[in-house]
Design a protein around this ligand. Structure first.
Ligand code: ATP
Ligand code: MG
Length: 629
């Protein structure tokens, strides 16, 4: 079918459209209404229906493919590798569910999961889904403070965790961080269930802490029936990355979520039962929820959980996994590709990659160089997709499963079916014309799978995201974008990444793009820094391809001037950064997002706040050092 028609049906007739997509999952009880939008902006999908995510991800496949791989857990940190068939996954999930029940967890209780990328983390998520407990996975890289605010907000009855994770062959103890977080939080969980990986000693709190392996022994033959849930019951809470402020507890439903994932696995990711899906994200992020755990399994695919770096034991590791498990669809982030790009492609070409059909990238803007490099090296299409924790599945992409439309470099694509994406003028709210920059918004109702509300705070949901724009309720993505004359969208950065220089509003991302166009610049970050005279000025931190070009003070000054001239030419002298500092790394989160808030705070001599998810703290020392020069 042509995509334009498919899309139009989803907009003109959402009831019929989504009723058809809802057939992709099993329903215990049919719904009686596809959509209830009587209390906008709250949308209820598949009202009256009953289903279960764990049933659709696991039990459903027992009839047809119980012996086929479901979960493939690989750790290059501990050198372990284990394949669980659907039948084995079913057994493990029931054991974990039985342990949770024995610890008093019932439907509606929150279970916080603070774990690295190990199979038990997926068991715990699926076990929650099975019994109707609400999971809240907290990224394992977060330290006590961030963890404590999430415990405080979600009020879990149970926390599932481990002795330690491992990163770059170094053991990272989790338990002391968890104990400190529980100490900090006024809410205390009743129990802590601990997987002991034997990586690090841990202390246990009597009466509270429970050993997973021991408890599992008591439930080896556990049969835990599915708890059927109303379509609009809560499946999970996941906090946004907090790149731009206080993290928001994104709350998702059951039925709409399952349908959106099943539908996207078909039309966007083109996955088929029996194939293998490899997403390199982490269960602590939304990609991990949607496209490591639930999505692939709902599609009957085997999914890979990978603990480790993309370059250990060498930069061929991911490709060896693709070969071994005949991965057909792979999902990663531009930042990982940039890391791989620094290594010889022969490490990739050592392996037979003929199973791989498509590579999907998301999470941050995909630049042309990165996209070109990986597309050429792999010889498969590279599909960018733009979305948010809030939506749970792509807003913009090219849905190749419907029509093989061309991609455009620099653009994640066109609006996905179900999403009424618009670009509006920030101050007037009027629709922008072609190539006119504005805010990317989505007209309500949001399609199935998107957030129901901010956990425990409907008011914050409405106030944070929704505005009435010329009579219509719109959801703001807080991203800038443009739509070109062919209908392709381009994301130009976040609306709060705007700086105000002498009364002129400039997007830091535009300045970054201009600087990146200099042939010697490999990466750059621009932030707005307080300035007495101008209000704010732009300050840039650039990584050069060849540091020999700035090995003397004269050369460095000349390079700074040269780059400033480029910005002058593109954007005018107003946008010219006050300083261009040269560094060899930039402060980023483990998910590859630039820590602008932190960068800006350091430039302004303020406390950078919580930077516990930083990839490499040494990058901050570099920033401080160059600022002193
Ligand atoms: P917070 O909302 O707490 O500040 P966050 O926005 O970083 O955190 P996520 O929901 O993980 O948390 O990230 C979504 C954002 O990432 C998008 O709004 C957009 O800015 C950016 N993004 C995601 N995918 C793409 C993409 N393909 N191209 C460009 N930007 C992207
Ligand atoms: Mg966000």
């Amino acid at each position: 079918m042509n995509f334009a028609d498919f899309y139009q049906q989803s907009i003109d007739n959402p009831q019929t459209f989504w009723a058809k997509e809802a057939e992709r999952i099993d329903w215990h009880k049919p719904y009686n209404e596809v959509l209830d939008y009587s209390h906008p902006p709250f949308a209820k999908w598949f009202v009256g229906g009953e289903t279960n995510l764990c049933h659709n991800a696991v039990d459903r496949w027992l009839k047809t493919q119980s012996d086929q791989p479901a979960l493939i857990a690989i750790s290059t940190e501990t050198g372990s590798e284990k394949v669980y068939s659907f039948a084995e996954l079913h057994r493990e999930v029931q054991r974990t569910a039985a342990i949770m029940q024995s610890l008093g967890v019932v439907k509606g209780d929150r279970v916080l999961i603070y774990m690295p990328m190990i199979a038990e983390a997926a068991f715990a998520m699926l076990a929650c889904a099975r019994i109707g407990a609400i999971h809240s996975v907290v990224f394992g890289g977060f330290a006590s403070n961030s963890l404590a605010t999430r415990i405080e907000d979600a009020k879990p009855k149970l926390i599932v965790s481990v002795d330690a994770g491992s990163r770059n062959q170094k053991r990272v103890p989790y338990k002391p961080l968890l104990d400190a977080a529980i100490e900090l939080s006024s809410h205390k969980p009743r129990h802590v269930l601990l997987v002991d990986r034997g990586l690090h000693e841990m202390s246990r709190v009597a009466g509270r802490d429970v050993d997973y392996a021991q408890a599992r022994q008591h439930h080896m033959d556990a049969q835990v029936p599915i708890t059927w849930l109303a379509s609009d019951d809560v499946s999970y809470i996941l906090y946004t990355s907090g790149t731009t402020g206080k993290p928001k507890g994104v709350q998702r439903d059951v039925g709409g979520h399952a349908v959106a994932l099943a539908s996207s696995m078909k039309h966007i990711y083109c996955g088929n039962p029996g194939e293998t899906y490899f997403s390199t994200s982490d269960i602590g992020w939304v990609v991990g929820h949607s496209y490591i755990v639930y999505g692939p399994l709902i599609a009957g695919m085997a999914t890979i959980m990978y603990e480790g770096l993309p370059i250990y034991p060498d930069a061929g590791i991911w490709w060896s996994i693709v070969e071994k498990y005949k991965v057909t669809r792979m999902f990663t982030a531009p930042t990982a590709v940039r890391v791989l790009k620094k290594h010889p492609t022969k490490l990739m070409h050592k392996y037979d990659l003929s199973s791989l059909k498509t590579l999907y990238l998301a999470g941050e803007p995909l630049d042309e160089t990165t996209s070109d490099w990986i597309a050429t090296a792999l010889g498969v299409p590279v599909i960018d997709n733009y979305w948010q924790t809030e939506t749970g599945w792509p807003i913009l992409t090219i849905a190749k499963g419907i029509e093989d439309l061309p991609t455009k470099l620099g653009s994640p694509g066109i609006p996905v079916y179900g999403y009424k994406v618009k670009i509006i003028n920030e101050s007037t709210g009027d629709l922008c014309g072609a190539n006119e920059k504005g805010v990317v918004v989505i007209e309500g109702p949001l399609p199935p799978g998107c957030m129901q509300t901010v956990y425990g705070n409907d008011d914050r949901f409405v106030k944070t995201y929704w505005t009435r724009n010329n009579g219509t309720l719109v959801y703001s993505t807080f991203d800038w974008g443009i739509r070109d004359e062919d209908g392709y969208y381009f994301i130009l950065g976040r609306t709060d990444d705007v700086i105000n220089v002498a009364g002129h509003r400039l997007g830091t991302r535009e300045i970054e793009e201009s600087i990146s166009s200099h042939a010697q610049v490999s990466e750059v970050a621009v932030v707005g820094v307080e300035d007495k005279l101008k209000g704010q000025v732009a300050v840039a931190f650039a990584i050069l391809k060849n540091t020999a070009l700035i090995d003397t003070e004269d050369k460095r000054a000349a390079m700074e001037k040269e780059i400033m001239t480029v910005v002058d030419k593109h954007l005018g002298s107003l946008a010219r950064p006050a300083r261009i500092h040269f560094v060899t790394m930039l402060p980023k989160t483990r998910s590859g997002k630039l820590l602008r808030r932190g960068l800006q705070a350091i430039c302004e001599g303020r406390d950078p706040g919580d930077l516990t998810t930083i990839e490499d703290p040494a990058s901050l020392d570099q920033i401080r050092a160059v600022l002193k020069e």
